[in-house]
Ligand binder design. Structure first.
Ligand SMILES: NC(=O)c1ccc[n+]([C@@H]2O[C@H](COP(=O)([O-])OP(=O)(O)OC[C@H]3O[C@@H](n4cnc5c(N)ncnc54)[C@H](OP(=O)(O)O)[C@@H]3O)[C@@H](O)[C@H]2O)c1
Length: 324
């Protein structure tokens, strides 16, 4: 077990390919990428449970799972996630389910002897008016974006729980805060998907129908950051291996694109030849949202997948997997 202030750790995670690793949420966008990455690296002892087999909100079930399996390492990528509409409609679910999942998993992982745990949050933990790019120390410096505060408060509690267990027990729990992610197993639902998969679906459907134009809300001017989920998985392995510290770590690409640039790139990758029309009477959202990932870069990690390559890979997966 590391000390509360240790910033680096030994190579114990990466060197032991037979270590028992529990990836919670392994069927999701993030969890599935982490499993692919661990398998590609030769980890042979992954413990995986579907939501149906183990509901992580049920404390007794989670305790029995940990008592029986005793995983050595835990990556917590299970969460109730959703967009603004879902957060507004089901605030109780967003705060309660996420608090339950993370409290059960973090506490049981500690009690049943896991060596290390990585908790995943997201950029919504930061105040609405945080400085841009957003550094880690902007946490809890101002009011949250009201539309997803239920989710954000649960995620902040997860970071604090990792810190508290590190301080009180000297236990190696760390937190990573990814930027907007995309890639295989993303949610391409027509109404409640994020901007990137939503654009991909709309251009694809327009191409298939031979439509002349696709209308997109806003002016296209907001700046956003995207990271391919395989890069995130690489960063997760890196952090499990190299980082042991109290503070959470931002995980971003460090590259900003306007929504217009993104839409044009998606249009090109999908091969939609019609027109892209901006409906500037519709709202734009926050003008800029970028994480400051200097801390992670300083530890020695950089992303490897360009947005263009990542989009090509994601569209290939979409064509093979999403019901047309
Ligand atoms: N997607 C992004 O852009 C993004 C960005 C930053 C951070 N993150 C973070 O990454 C983490 C994972 O997100 P994701 O995008 O991979 O979400 P996701 O695709 O919805 O995956 C979440 C997984 O958790 C499982 N799960 C939910 N409730 C559960 C429960 N009670 N018991 C057991 N399993 C449960 C889900 O299973 P079911 O589907 O069967 O419920 C699903 O497999 C979250 O903490 C999120 O904040 C995501």
């Amino acid at each position: 077990m590391g000390s509360a202030t240790n910033e680096t750790t030994s190579d114990s995670f990466i060197s032991d390919k037979s270590a028992k690793i529990f990836v919670a949420g392994h069927r999701g966008l993030v969890g599935s990428a982490i499993v692919r990455k661990l398998q590609a690296l030769g980890y042979s002892n992954l413990v995986l449970r579907t939501h149906a087999a183990l509901d992580l909100t049920r404390q007794t079930d989670v305790e029995s799972f940990f008592a029986t399996e005793k995983p050595q390492f835990v990556v917590l990528a299970a969460a109730k996630v959703g967009g603004i509409h879902a957060n507004n409609t089901y605030p109780a679910d967003f705060i309660a389910i996420n608090l339950q999942i993370q409290t059960n998993v973090i506490d049981s992982a500690y009690r049943y002897g896991a060596k290390k745990l990585l908790f995943l949050g997201s950029s919504c933990i930061y105040p609405k008016f945080a400085p841009q790019p957003i550094p880690e120390d902007a946490l809890l410096t101002g009011p949250l974006e009201p539309t997803n505060e239920w989710y954000a408060v649960a995620k902040i509690a997860g970071i604090k729980m990792c810190q508290a267990y590190r301080i009180q027990y000297g236990w190696d729990a760390i937190s990573g805060m990814p930027t907007n992610l995309y890639g295989p197993y993303d949610n391409f639902h027509p109404e409640n998907s994020h901007v990137l998969p939503a654009l991909m679906r709309r251009f694809h459907e327009a191409k298939v129908k031979g439509a002349k134009e696709v209308v997109v809300w806003g002016t296209g001017s907001p700046l956003r950051e995207f990271l391919h989920v395989d890069d995130l998985a690489d960063a997760v392995v890196f952090l499990m291996n190299k980082y042991s510290g109290l503070e959470h770590v931002n995980v971003g690409s460090g590259k900003e694109v306007t929504i217009k640039e993104l839409a044009e790139l998606v249009k090109e990758v999908v091969g939609f030849e019609g027109e892209l029309v901006w409906d500037s009477t519709k709202p734009d959202g926050t003008p800029r949202k970028l994480m400051d990932s200097a801390k992670l870069a300083g530890l020695g990690w950089t992303p490897k997948i360009s947005l263009k390559d990542g989009l090509v890979d994601t569209y290939k997966w979409y064509l093979e997997n999403v019901k047309q």
